[in-house]
Design a protein. Structure first.
Length: 278
């Protein structure tokens, strides 16, 4: 058993890992995350907070359903894509969507990457980047790595950036900083970013998140509003996590049509970098 002690935002990665593992063990599971189950069994950690927080668990499962589908769709259309997974924590999506061709980068703070390395030995087509998402050193490292691996300039490879479970803990300025880095270093990138509604940021609390001393700080209503804050990006679509909840609880097929329900649900916003032709 490997003992883990974390607090604040980094601790949320353990709670989301546990949610995926629990769902995977459930009869009739809607996601199956073998790696998550293996890591939970290896980890010496008190999962009580995560076990008691059904709201958090359901949200994680719904998010995983939605994001896995969006990522899989992108990979199908761009089988040789470069994928950059920002705020990866203990995410294991690569092992669920890999097609044998992807080049995948997992990015998170150094302290988080050290924890990740205890449970996941990633080499070959998977690399880890121990940086803050607001430090453009990570983008420079991606380019260096790709340039060393291929004769083709890496800008010709389609790039997908995933930002899951992060923006609600940041300021608007830091969110803008991340997108500025993407805009500066990558051409024609697609971004899948999870966002929270401003109402939820102000009024809703998740027990396990509060217990870890992490706090929600920023939210946005939709992709159209978000794109106005991000020069060089245009909205493609918004996918409410209600779509994932429908598969967990069919009743959401009805209550999910209520505007108030959809408006307070987290969503995955797909944004496309605007190409400037010279």
């Amino acid at each position: 058993m490997k003992k883990i002690e974390m607090t604040g935002v980094p601790e949320t990665m353990i709670q989301t890992l546990y949610a995926r593992a629990m769902e995977s063990e459930r009869e009739g599971h809607l996601i199956y995350d073998k790696k998550a189950m293996e890591i939970v069994k290896e980890m010496d950690y008190d999962f009580t907070k995560a076990k008691e927080d059904a709201m958090m668990r359901n949200g994680v499962v719904a998010r995983t359903i939605v994001l896995d589908e969006l990522v899989q769709n992108y990979v199908t259309a761009h089988p040789n894509a470069v994928v950059i997974n920002i705020a990866c924590g203990l995410d294991t999506r690569f092992y669920r969507v890999d097609n044998g061709k992807l080049r995948w980068f997992n990015l998170d703070l150094p302290v988080t990457i050290e924890v990740r390395k205890k449970f996941l030995e990633e080499t070959g087509r998977v690399s880890v980047l121990p940086h803050s998402a607001m430090d453009e050193a990570w983008a420079e490292e991606v380019h260096k790595t790709l340039d060393a691996e291929t004769d083709l300039h890496n800008e010709t490879r389609p790039t997908l950036v995933i930002i899951e479970g992060l923006t609600m803990y940041l300021s608007k300025e830091n969110v803008q900083k991340i997108f500025t880095i993407i805009r500066k270093h990558f051409t024609d990138a697609t971004v899948l970013v999870e966002t929270m509604s401003p109402f939820v940021v102000k009024h809703i609390k998740e027990k396990s998140i509060e217990a870890s001393k992490a706090k929600f700080t920023w939210g946005v209503k939709n992709g159209r509003i978000l794109a106005k804050e991000l020069p060089g990006f245009e909205p493609v679509k918004d996918v409410s996590l209600v779509e994932g909840m429908k598969k967990l609880y069919p009743i959401y097929g009805i209550i999910g049509k209520i505007p108030a329900v959809r408006n307070i649900s987290n969503q995955i916003i797909e944004l496309k970098e605007v190409c400037i032709r010279k």
